[in-house]
Design a protein. Structure first.
Length: 326
């Protein structure tokens, strides 16, 4: 039995619509402690919670979640250092710190944070060359540059880091194809491009991007079935509906892909019986690709899905509330 495949017989009729209610039920199940998926993902539960809760909010169903329970669990993951872990009793990392801050933003509860402490943890991970490490062990990656900048911007503490150096490091990861990699000289990858373009967008530095060159590379990611891949010659995957599409929007080149074909590809990845979205049609669903599918549809202005901000990866109403009212 191929565990990673869904039976074709079960979901033989592909839907031309988003089965939103089934996805909501799937997420609420997956977020419960007892589910198989939550056991497998124990160490990165904070990320899973962010993906699931953001998807619920995009579908206007955040109200169905026990808010107090979620918030007190999030706070059990915070360390003395100010950083957050993937779950209670684990080590802090910048990856989970952003997810924790994003979850609090969704519930409009940034106020329960010691903002000075969290922002000092993040700022403390900046290196002399402007790059960021993920935690005390020191791995450097443009993912962490994005996370630091996104997190500190939500907390309104960007002045705690050297933004100029942070931007210069990201620009040093730009390649001749217009894309970006994880470190200087590393191959362009759609995931890293999202991180670098997102960080440049948040800091008002998009003039460092060659929009036509990068837009060309990004729109070439669309394959015959309508799906997007993350690099040349690779298979399409629903998650690139987020990484690629958000980048195209930030550089104003989203009209360079066939939107209708991408919508169809995402809808074809739904499990019509039990809810959830997979990476490719007929694969098993997971909470990450359910987020990427719904967030992708949001970027494609699909009816009934709230608008998501392509740089902050949070609903636009949440970002407006945080950045333009305090
Ligand atoms: C808040 C949206 C948000 C993100 C936080 C963690 C992070 C910041 C960004 C991750 C960016 C990234 C590198 C995404 C790529 C993930 C991915 C699908 C990797 C697989 O790459 P390959 O090359 O797989 O192994 P392919 O698809 O090429 O076969
Ligand atoms: Zn994927």
């Amino acid at each position: 039995y191929n565990f990673s495949s869904r039976s074709k017989l079960m979901s033989s009729t592909s839907s031309s619509q988003l089965v939103a209610d089934k996805h909501v039920r799937y997420i609420l199940m997956a977020e419960k402690k007892e589910s198989l998926e939550s056991v497998v993902m124990d160490h990165l539960r904070m990320n899973g919670a962010y993906w699931g809760l953001t998807t619920l909010d995009l579908l206007d169903k955040l109200g169905t979640v026990p808010e107090d329970e979620v918030l007190s669990w999030v706070m059990t993951c915070q360390h003395e250092s100010g950083g957050f872990a993937g779950n209670t009793g684990h080590d802090p990392h910048i990856l989970y710190t952003l997810s924790a801050v994003q979850i609090l933003a969704l519930f409009d509860k940034i106020s329960i944070l010691d903002v000075g402490k969290v922002s000092s943890y993040v700022a403390g991970l900046q290196n002399e060359d402007g790059s960021f490490s993920g935690d005390i062990w020191g791995e450097i990656d443009t993912r962490f540059s994005y996370i630091a900048i996104c997190c500190l911007s939500i907390l309104k503490c960007l002045d705690k880091i050297n933004v100029e150096k942070a931007v210069a490091y990201i620009v040093s990861c730009k390649n001749l194809d217009g894309g970006f990699g994880c470190t200087p000289g590393a191959e362009s990858h759609a995931g890293q491009i999202f991180c670098c373009v997102g960080a440049l967008a948040i800091t008002g530095s998009l003039h460092h991007v060659d929009k036509d060159l990068l837009g060309w590379w990004l729109c070439e990611r669309q394959v015959k079935t309508g799906g997007l891949n993350g690099r040349p010659e690779k298979l399409p995957d629903v998650c690139y509906s987020w990484w690629v599409l958000s980048s195209l929007i930030m550089i104003d080149r989203v009209h360079w892909i066939d939107k209708a074909k991408l919508v169809k590809f995402i809808l074809d990845c739904q499990d019509l019986d039990n809810g959830g979205i997979s990476d490719r049609p007929d694969d098993a669903v997971d909470i990450f690709h359910t987020y990427f599918g719904v967030a992708g549809l949001s970027l494609l202005e699909y009816p009934g899905v709230k608008t998501i901000d392509p740089a902050y990866a949070l609903p636009v109403d949440v970002i407006n509330r945080i950045l333009f009212t305090r």
